[in-house]
Design a protein around this ligand. Structure first.
Ligand SMILES: Cc1cc2nc3c(=O)[nH]c(=O)nc-3n(C[C@H](O)[C@H](O)[C@H](O)COP(=O)(O)O)c2cc1C
Length: 200
């Protein structure tokens, strides 16, 4: 895939610090060339034994995304039932509301799928996911991983609808769009360091 490379003004470190999960989007469509740039960034990620075990599904259809969201909510609720005592009940309540769209009305969803026969396919796909989200941030786009969609995406009827072959599994659904909210910094714990070992 050859796409013109965009010129970024933020340094990589500024971009890492600026990336936040965005949950409110403007209706503006993300252009095909921008999607091309994001995929170009994604596939630059390192992969175990250079397998590049990923494939992508791109959905830019708000009504299909709403249908997918409606389908995904009960599947997700059933999946997390076993962890309910340790979950934040308020957040799970949202999943019971018919108005809650798990894709936050973003008009673009990029689903990163991994070839399951490949060792470390999951790690490879998550590295691609972070590359994609950092590239989006550098282009002033918002993004958010939608893990709650994963159980539904791996239901056979859904896989068939999205033409995902049996040899692949859905790893990382990521919404992309133009942010329609102020993005405030999220807090982080200090790095937990078990030991720092130096030669004397
Ligand atoms: C594997 C994974 C799954 C996630 N699933 C969801 C999700 O279903 N819905 C959501 O709103 N955010 C989801 N997130 C985003 C996290 O809530 C977010 O990254 C975290 O709160 C830290 O905030 P930040 O990304 O703004 O720094 C997910 C993130 C990861 C890494």
């Amino acid at each position: 895939m050859i796409v013109p490379l965009p010129v970024f003004e933020k340094s990589i470190f500024e971009t890492i610090l600026a990336r936040r999960s965005v949950r409110k989007y403007k209706p503006n469509k993300v252009e095909n060339s921008t999607i091309g740039n994001l995929l170009e960034a994604a596939v630059r990620a390192p992969t175990a034994i250079h397998q590049e075990p990923w494939a992508f599904v791109i959905i830019q259809d708000l009504s299909l995304l709403k249908t997918l969201s409606d389908h995904a909510k009960p599947v997700f609720l059933e999946e997390v039932q076993q962890y309910r005592s340790t979950q934040d009940d308020h957040r799970l309540d949202m999943f019971e509301s018919p108005d809650f769209n798990i894709f936050y009305n973003a008009n673009t969803l990029i689903v990163i799928c991994g070839k399951t026969a490949s060792p470390f396919f999951s790690a490879d796909c998550w590295l691609a996911a972070e590359n994609l989200m950092l590239a989006a941030c550098a282009m002033d786009l918002g993004s958010c991983v939608i893990g709650s969609a994963i159980p539904a995406f791996n239901v056979p009827s859904m896989r068939a609808k999205l033409r995902i072959p049996e040899s692949y599994t859905v790893v990382a659904p990521i919404i992309i769009g133009y942010p329609d909210e102020e993005i405030y910094p999220t807090s982080r714990k200090s790095p937990l360091i078990f030991s720092s070992i130096y030669a004397h």
